[in-house]
Write a protein that binds this ligand. Structure first.
Ligand code: SAH
Ligand code: SF4
Length: 348
C-alpha cells in the first residue's frame, strides 16, 4: 500500500517530493494545497505540473477515509459520517453546529483516535465493541481536514476540535499528539492550540507525561464518579488508576500548566446524579482549578442505566455551584442519529 499523505509532517513530505527531482518549493506547494486549500485528491492541485500530480497519485495515498454514510440529525445541527479505512475498518466522526447570539457561531468536529476502544466503560457503545486497532496520525488528521472541507463547502468555518470520538486518545498518545501538532502547524492548517480539547478516561501516567509537554490544548477527564467502588463498576480502568491517584495527577497538571481542567460526568438517574454525589464530588475537587461538564447519559445497547431528568440535573449543578465548583449541563445532541457522547460505534 502507498504511504498515506496525511501521515507525513512537513519535513517528511518535502523530502519525499524533493526525492522525485522536484525543486524545493514544490514541497511547500503540496503542503499548502493539503492544509490551506484543503485539496483532497491529486487532480485538485492545478498549480502543479500534470506529471507531478500523476506521481503523487501513483506513489502516495490520499484515501485515508471513504465516507460510507452521512446522517444528519432532525434539527440539522449534528452530522455524523461513517468512514471506511484502507483495511475495511470503520470509524465515525461528528460535526456539530452551535448557533451563537453574539459573536461567531461554533462548528466543532468530534474525532476518533482508535477503531473501538479497549477501556471497556460500561455505558459507552465504543467500549462495548472492544479494541480493534489504533488510528495513524494521518487517519486522525484526515478527519479534521474532511470536516473543515465539508464546512467550507457550506460557507462555515471549523472553530473547535474535540478528541472525544471513538477510542482513548491517551492509549494512542503519540499518534494523537502528532496529529494535533500537524494541524496546529503555523505553516499549514494553523489551527490554534486552545481550540483543541482532548478527553481521557484517566490514564494516570499519560496525564503526568502530558503535563510536561508544554502544550496549550484543553484537557478533559472522564470522572463520572468520585468513589472508587462506583467508578470501578462503570469504568474498569479505575481498578488500575483509582480516583486519588487520578486526582493527584490532575492537581499536578493544573499546577504545572496553570490551565483549567474539565471533568466530565454522565448523569445517570439514581446512580451519580444525587445531591449527595454532588457533595462528595465537590469535596474531592476542592481547591482544584476546574469545571464540571455534566452530560445526561445517552442510551446505548449494552447499558441499562437511565438518563437523569432536567430537574435532577439542575439540582446537581446547583449543589456543585453552592460549593464553589462551576458546572454546565450539556444538552443532548444528535441522539436521533446515535451521534451523542458514547454512542459512536462502527455500524451502518
Ligand atoms: N475515551 C475518551 C474520549 C471519548 S468518550 C474518554 O473516555 O474520555 C467522550 C466522552 O463521552 C467521555 O467523557 C465519556 O465518558 C463520555 N461517554 C461515554 N459514554 C457515554 C454515554 N452513554 N452517555 C454520555 N456520555 C458518555
Ligand atoms: Fe473508551 Fe472513552 Fe468509551 Fe471509555 S468512554 S470505552 S475510554 S471511548
Amino acid at each position: 500500500m502507498n504511504p498515506l499523505i496525511y501521515d507525513f509532517d512537513f519535513a517528511e513530505l518535502a523530502a519525499r517530493v524533493k526525492s522525485w527531482g522536484e525543486p524545493k518549493f514544490r514541497g511547500d506547494q503540496v503542503w499548502d494545497g493539503l492544509y490551506k486549500n484543503l485539496w483532497t485528491k491529486p487532480e485538485e492541485f492545478t498549480n502543479l505540473s500534470k506529471s507531478l500530480r500523476a506521481k503523487m497519485g501513483e506513489l502516495l495515498s490520499f484515501d485515508a477515509l471513504t465516507p460510507i454514510t452521512i446522517q444528519e440529525s432532525k434539527d440539522g445541527d449534528t452530522q455524523k459520517t461513517l468512514f471506511e479505512l484502507h483495511d475495511g475498518q470503520r470509524i465515525e466522526t461528528v460535526i456539530m453546529h452551535y448557533e451563537r447570539e453574539e459573536g461567531q457561531d461554533r462548528n466543532t468536529v468530534c474525532i476518533s483516535t482508535q477503531v473501538g476502544c479497549g477501556m471497556g466503560c460500561k455505558f459507552c457503545a465504543t467500549g462495548q465493541m472492544g479494541f480493534k486497532r489504533q488510528l495513524s496520525s494521518g487517519e486522525i488528521v484526515a478527519q479534521v481536514v474532511y470536516a473543515a472541507r465539508a464546512l467550507q463547502d457550506v460557507d462555515k468555518i471549523l472553530t473547535n476540535v474535540v478528541v472525544m470520538g471513538m477510542g482513548e486518545p491517551f492509549h494512542n498518545y503519540d499518534a494523537t499528539l502528532e496529529a494535533l501538532a500537524r494541524l496546529n502547524d503555523k505553516k499549514g492548517f494553523n489551527f490554534g492550540a486552545r481550540r483543541f480539547t482532548i478527553s481521557t478516561v484517566g490514564l494516570v501516567p499519560m496525564i503526568w507525561k502530558f503535563a510536561e509537554e508544554g502544550l496549550q490544548y484543553n484537557l478533559a477527564i472522564s470522572l463520572h464518579a468520585s468513589e472508587d467502588e462506583l467508578r470501578s463498576s462503570m469504568l474498569p480502568i479505575n481498578d488500575k488508576y483509582p480516583i486519588n491517584k487520578l486526582l493527584e495527577a490532575c492537581r499536578y497538571y493544573v499546577e504545572k500548566t496553570s490551565r483549567k481542567l474539565t471533568f466530565e460526568w454522565a448523569l445517570i438517574e439514581g446512580v451519580n446524579d444525587t445531591p449527595e454525589q454532588a457533595h462528595i464530588l465537590s469535596r474531592k475537587l476542592k481547591g482544584l482549578m476546574c469545571h464540571v461538564n455534566a452530560i445526561p447519559l445517552n442510551t446505548t445497547r449494552g447499558f441499562h442505566g437511565r438518563s437523569t431528568s432536567s430537574d435532577r440535573a439542575k439540582i446537581f449543578k446547583e449543589t456543585l455551584e453552592d460549593n464553589g465548583i462551576t458546572c454546565s449541563i450539556r444538552a443532548h445532541r444528535g441522539i436521533d442519529i446515535q451521534a451523542g457522547c458514547g454512542q459512536l460505534a462502527s455500524r451502518e
